[in-house]
Design a protein around this ligand. Structure first.
Ligand code: C2E
Ligand code: MG
Ligand code: MG
Ligand code: MG
Length: 275
């Protein structure tokens, strides 16, 4: 009996694994060269100052238009890019394109808009990350203070000393470092002690119920107070309702992004928004 169950379990497990592996392999194959073929583009989601709803910048978000499957979500392909190492070519291309686009907004008269780029763990630790960023700034002419990088807590986990060194060297030239999806990791507080950041982005899971759930409100309020006491900027993610934005204003939250304020949009639409 046990043997049968074990056998079935084994067969089920391995079949599921085969499927997961082949799916992953297929995504990886398709993703190879996707940037060069023009299938990967950047969408920009506006980021506003909460107090007066002034547009201050945008987060760059990768979009993949697969020739057969259509739009593929970053949650599906970023992971594959990270584990296959493809992120080491896509990542630098994203940084260069984001800097170039931000310079374009400057030429269009929006002088001081920043661009915020998501950086994965592997990218951060690829030997020449700092050089990639510096080269992108030099080639585009974008002032360093208009370049922001966003990292999740898991991206700085592991060799924290190495992460600290790399991030400090970016901050020395004026680049801003934000901790993304803040509050979802296990040790947010201890990271803030060891890894130097300019701000935290409160994960949207806190914002989603902030109007109804007293615990989420308490946590959001506490994160804002704590970040401010450490001299950090606070960004709220996932603001989908006016009420959430009003509440965040009363709690002193600095910046916000979300569908109520603006969806991620293509470069042309964002340029029209700033122009
Ligand atoms: P993230 O950095 O936390 O980005 C915010 C995500 O929330 C984006 O999803 C955005 O479209 C979505 N979002 C924005 N406002 C709202 C809202 O009001 N409600 C809801 N429900 N969602 C909202 P997206 O574009 O699917 O990206 C998912 C994740 O993929 C990002 O999370 C980021 O971790 C990763 N990612 C995206 N682009 C890049 C990239 O260029 N490099 C790396 N390494 N990661 C990237
Ligand atoms: Mg982000
Ligand atoms: Mg986030
Ligand atoms: Mg997220």
């Amino acid at each position: 009996q046990a043997k049968v169950a074990g056998k079935n379990c084994y067969r089920f497990y391995s079949r599921a694994m085969d499927q997961a592996v082949s799916r992953r392999v297929r995504i990886e194959q398709d993703l190879r060269g996707a940037w060069e073929r023009g299938e990967l583009t950047l969408a920009y989601q506006p980021i506003y100052r909460v107090s007066d709803k002034t547009l201050l910048g945008a987060e760059a978000l990768l979009r993949w238009q697969h020739p057969v499957h259509g739009q593929v979500a970053p949650s599906v392909f970023i992971d594959v890019a990270e584990q296959s190492g493809l992120i080491e070519t896509i990542g630098p291309a994203v940084i260069r394109a984001a800097c170039k686009d931000a310079m374009r907004w400057r030429h269009d008269g929006a002088d001081e808009l920043f661009v915020s780029v998501n950086i994965s763990a592997r990218q951060l630790r690829s030997g020449d990350f700092r050089e990639q960023v510096m080269a992108a700034l030099a080639d585009s002419g974008l002032p360093p203070h208009l370049m922001h990088v966003e990292l999740t807590e898991t991206a700085v986990l592991g060799d924290e000393e190495q992460a600290r060194r790399i991030l400090s060297s970016l901050r020395e030239v004026g680049i801003k470092v934000w901790l993304d999806d803040f509050g979802t990791g296990f040790s947010g507080l201890s990271h803030l002690r060891r890894v130097p950041v300019d701000g935290v982005k409160i994960d949207r899971s806190f914002i989603a119920d902030v109007l109804r759930d007293p615990d989420d409100l308490a946590l959001t309020t506490a994160i804002i107070a704590m970040a401010h006491s450490l001299g950090m900027t606070v960004v709220a993610e996932g603001v989908e309702k006016e009420g959430q934005c009003d509440l965040l204003r009363t709690r002193g939250c600095d910046l916000a992004q979300g569908y109520w304020l603006g969806h991620p949009m293509n470069m042309r639409d964002f340029t029209a928004l700033v122009g």
